[in-house]
Write a protein that binds this ligand. Structure first.
Ligand code: ADP
Ligand code: MG
Length: 625
């Protein structure tokens, strides 16, 4: 049922504005938010209190869709029915078996063996295989139902957040999950960007602002350094630890209690119920200590206690690891702590006082923490969603592409089509031609990176434009267009303009760049700029020389009648000499040989041209004045 707004003054029915919702699809918890009376709010469960939906799914023995539960109820099954309870699906999004090998033990459920290691992962529940996209779609459906129940109207449009370091295929997987859940995903937004939006940091940035977003969740830690200028968010660097979060705080606390009470370590594995009880007690204690000085509880007759001071000592090393990541992110962005104007706290685990204290100490300024850190990403997503729904006309949101995109040209050179830092969405095109007579196919290999040689960049994919009608080299006009959408997904179209033969592909790279890799690529390109320039100059000289050699050979064949034996012999000799320098790696030698050949053949070419013209005009009438 849709809401209809009747304007009582004019008596007209206002066309209902679409509600676009913001979704934080988290590793541990997910949330949905929307704009209510001009303010973003997260939607709560029926109790009206709990806005978090644990990102956990449980599959009942009845294997119908009705047998799948998501959220708090599923979380309780983690211990009683681990084989059929799925958590941390986000870690598997867009990943192949190769990507997760070595981490299988982390997952309590079955990740099936790979037919080949390039294939994307699947999860087995009894005799059904699920993709991470399908599993995520169940979580999204739960969120969709939650907001539809609250608002009493269907919801079909959403903005979903992802970590800043998510690559194309992880973003595409997230988008697909939305589609499967019946949601039209208008935009994929970076989580740190959403958090900054929730704090309105895009609005008070006269002259731009550099911010740090510190996100410590249940099992993952991310630090992102963002530059905000004129509504444009640029990720300068990201760093983090994919296996560090609040769960680790719980773990060190459990160990502490086991020692405190002389409880054998393996009891928590052998006695699952005890394990679960003490785990829940640890999380409860941790949360309590975020506001209280001491916590006490009884589990199976054991009196478990912990003070804030003791807890702080237990987690000190874990917290220091997050600070080390902050240092690395700053170094990658070539910034000092004093360059950071605002520090935003995100994720449930940033409620821990020691975390806040250390982060504020490290950056040398108070942190932004007055918005609920569990909700801040979803709230920011709701703001972005509202902008896309057309309700906030004064806000402009633009993202940029962090690395250049281009194609391989002759000699393995990178030819950039969309330069790094371009605002997205964007499109750009360049024209190319063939290098061989009668060439029917053209390979288009797409790369991402800043280096001059494609070999040093990252390949996104390749395809072949087939069926170009045979034409002399250089005649076909091949237009290669790149369309980069707002989510950073690239579509490449190649079209031969004379014959209209065309081919289009979407680049879905199966393996993404980690934050470190991305930073490394940028650092590499700067450090190697000089040698790259030399390499590029050499390759360009070689390409040019090859063309000159071909032209000289053609010239000799076509002009046997005009050239003397001596001229012919010398032209051949100089051509051969040039060919030999091409095989070497001296740009100067190539250029010198090219120059020598050109100087010698230029007068010959003029003579040949004159002779050809004279030949062509023989017997043709020339109009007298
Ligand atoms: P994610 O982004 O990975 O989905 P969240 O941001 O929801 O995760 O963070 C979940 C983590 O935050 C859990 O480890 C939870 O125990 C922890 N957490 C939640 N509230 C508190 C609190 N008051 N004090 C300390 N930790 C908390
Ligand atoms: Mg999160």
């Amino acid at each position: 049922m849709a809401l209809i707004n009747i304007n009582l003054k004019s008596g007209t029915v206002d066309k209902e504005r679409d509600i676009v919702v913001g979704i934080d699809l988290g590793t541990t918890n997910s949330l949905v938010a929307y704009i209510k009376d001009g303010q973003p709010v997260c939607v709560a469960d029926t109790t009206g209190k709990n806005t978090l939906v644990p990102s956990v799914l449980h599959f009942d023995t009845v294997h119908t869709e009705g047998g799948i539960v998501v959220g708090d109820v599923a979380k309780e099954k983690l211990v009683t029915d681990p084989q059929n309870t799925i958590y941390s699906v986000k870690r598997l999004m867009g990943k192949s078996y190769k990507d997760v090998s070595g981490f299988e033990n982390y997952f309590g459920y079955t990740i099936i063996d790979a037919p080949d290691e390039e294939t994307l992962v699947k999860i087995r529940v009894r005799d059904t295989f699920y993709t991470p996209v399908e599993l995520s779609s169940f979580i999204l459906k739960e969120l969709k139902t939650r907001i539809e129940t609250t608002l009493g109207q269907p919801i079909t449009k959403a903005v979903i957040t992802v970590p800043a370091y998510f690559n194309d295929s992880q973003r595409q997987a997230t988008r697909d999950a939305g589609k499967l859940a019946g949601l039209d995903v208008l935009r994929i937004v970076n989580e740190p960007t959403a958090a900054a939006l929730a704090y309105g940091l895009d609005r008070n940035t006269e002259g731009g602002e550099t911010i740090a977003v510190f996100d410590l969740g249940g099992g993952t830690f991310d630090i992102s350094i963002l530059q905000i200028q004129d509504g444009i968010f640029e990720v300068l660097s990201t760093h983090g630890d994919t296996f560090l979060g609040g769960d680790d705080f719980d773990r060190v606390l459990i160990d502490f209690w086991l020692k405190q009470q002389n409880i054998p370590n393996d009891l928590i594995f052998n006695d699952k119920e005890f394990g679960q009880t003490i785990r829940l007690a640890a999380e409860k204690a941790k949360k309590a200590l975020s506001t209280e000085g001491v916590f006490e509880t009884h589990v199976r007759g054991y009196n478990l206690t912990i003070t804030r001071e003791e807890f702080d000592i237990l987690i000190t090393l874990l917290v220091e690891r997050t600070i080390e990541s902050c240092k690395k992110a700053l170094a990658d962005a070539k910034l000092k702590t004093s360059d950071i104007q605002s520090v935003v706290m995100v994720g449930g685990s940033t409620r821990v006082p020691l975390v806040k204290k250390r982060v504020a100490e490290f950056f040398g300024k108070p942190v932004f923490d007055n918005i609920n850190p569990d909700e801040v990403v979803a709230l920011g997503a709701a703001i972005q969603a509202d902008v896309l729904a057309g309700n906030q006309r004064d806000v402009l949101l633009i993202d940029i592409t962090p690395l250049s995109l281009g194609i391989e040209t002759v000699g393995g050179l990178m030819d950039v089509i969309i330069p790094r830092n371009s605002k997205i969405p964007t499109k750009a095109a360049r024209q190319y031609t063939t290098s061989v007579d009668g060439q029917k196919n053209l390979k288009v290999a797409v790369y991402q990176g800043e280096r001059d040689l494609v070999a040093h960049n990252r390949k996104l994919g390749e395809f072949v434009l087939r069926g170009i009608p045979p034409m002399p080299a250089g005649l076909p006009k091949i237009d290669i267009a790149f369309y980069l959408d707002a989510d950073g997904i690239l579509r490449v179209k190649a079209k031969e303009l004379r014959s209209n033969v065309e081919q289009e592909v979407k680049m879905k790279s199966s393996y993404g760049l980690s934050d470190e890799e991305m930073a490394m690529m940028l650092i590499d390109s700067i450090q190697n700029a000089e040698s790259d320039m030399r390499a590029r100059a050499l390759l360009e000289a070689r390409n040019e020389a090859n063309n000159v050699v071909l032209a000289a050979e053609k010239f000799i064949v076509q002009n046997t009648a005009i050239l003397s034996d001596e001229e012919m012999a010398l032209t051949k000799e100089l051509t051969e000499k040039l060919r030999q320098t091409v095989a070497g790696d001296s740009k100067d030698a190539i250029n010198a040989a090219m120059e020598e050949l050109n100087t010698y053949t230029t007068p010959l070419a003029h003579r040949a041209l004159d002779a050809n013209i004279a030949e062509a005009m023989k017997g043709k009438p020339i109009n007298a004045e």
